[in-house]
Design a protein around this ligand. Structure first.
Ligand code: ZN
Ligand code: ZN
Length: 309
């Protein structure tokens, strides 16, 4: 039942992904808190500026159609915005909760580095009540509406939210950002390949160790990551077809997100990069199908061997 993976490059690829998973888990608690604090701050600002005495909770405003608060001034607050500001759209709808959602539109747009939050990433009915729904609007590409909590987010999403939101960007120091970017890029490299050399695996672990050695607040020290990395380096981790299937599925998900991001960029060599990812994607799909069949066969054989009583 427990078929250990012995193919070295494949084993290294899985171990590399394991390492990335560990650092993502160690960073996640910080991100959760950071996003929650930012959300609470937004709610406080909305309530104060729109003189809302009660709880701010509105499930009726679509930020793509809401009348912005600044529309009252007759002048647009976001001249750098590439897309059309809601204040220039006809038939926008004022928020029934004393323009609170119009104020949220202004605050969230102002804090976006391009003044362009991606509203379609959120379920707008929950925009006033859930941190995750607000933060997803700072991810660089579309396709995150179904992601319903921070536990489902990957490193790339963390990095993009922290760099696209100008306030969050300022709360992190340059070294945090630089290292977060390095690990994010390593993740991307792993996802864009189907195996890894021993040197590559070592490089990924060493990049994570640099982040751990540095006195950063973004890593949860209670998470025994150094121990887990050591186990991976010493090759003392069980890596079977189950882990292989698990990580192929994760890689396929990450590839779909990477492609969406490149499609939104549509400049430079993004077309070439998309084609490369598509090649890896079809290889991984084939492997997933093949390995799932092997796995089922093994299950059946194990079942046949099993003699109850
Ligand atoms: Zn405007
Ligand atoms: Zn509203």
């Amino acid at each position: 039942m427990e078929i250990e993976i012995t193919d070295e490059p494949l084993r290294n690829w899985i171990k590399s992904y394991f390492a990335i998973d560990h650092i993502t888990s160690a960073i996640r608690p910080f991100m959760k808190q950071l996003f929650e604090d930012k959300f609470q701050e937004n709610v406080r600002k909305v309530k104060k500026k729109s003189n809302l005495m009660n709880i701010y909770e509105c499930n009726s405003c679509d930020p793509d159609k809401v009348k912005p608060y600044h529309a009252m001034s007759g002048q647009c607050s976001f001249p750098r915005k590439r897309g059309r500001c809601n204040c220039a759209k006809e038939n926008t709808i004022p928020c029934p909760a004393i323009n609170a959602c119009g104020m949220l539109y202004d605050i969230m747009t102002m804090e976006h580095i391009m003044e362009e939050p991606i509203w379609s990433n959120s379920n707008y009915e929950q925009l006033s009540t859930r941190a995750c729904e607000q933060m997803k609007c700072y991810i660089s590409c579309t396709g995150y509406r179904d992601v319903s909590n921070v536990d489902q987010m990957e490193l790339t999403a963390f990095f993009q939210i922290c760099t696209n939101n100008t306030i969050l960007r300022r709360t992190l120091d340059d070294d945090d950002i630089r290292m977060l970017e390095q690990v994010k890029n390593d993740h991307r490299e792993i996802v864009g390949s189907t195996d890894a050399s021993a040197d590559k695996f070592k490089k990924y672990v060493s990049n994570i160790n640099v982040l751990l050695d540095y006195d950063t607040c973004i890593v949860d020290r209670d998470y025994f990551i150094s121990m887990e990395l050591k186990k991976l380096e010493d090759d003392k981790v069980k890596i079977t077809i189950c882990e292989e299937i698990h990580y192929i599925k994760k890689a396929l998900y990450a590839i779909s997100k990477a492609k969406a991001e490149l499609q939104d960029e549509s400049e430079g060599d993004s077309g070439d990069q998309i084609r490369l990812l598509e090649t890896v994607e079809s290889m991984q799909r084939r492997r997933l199908q093949q390995q799932t069949e092997v796995f089922i066969q093994e299950l059946l054989r194990a079942g046949a061997r099993y003699q109850p009583g």
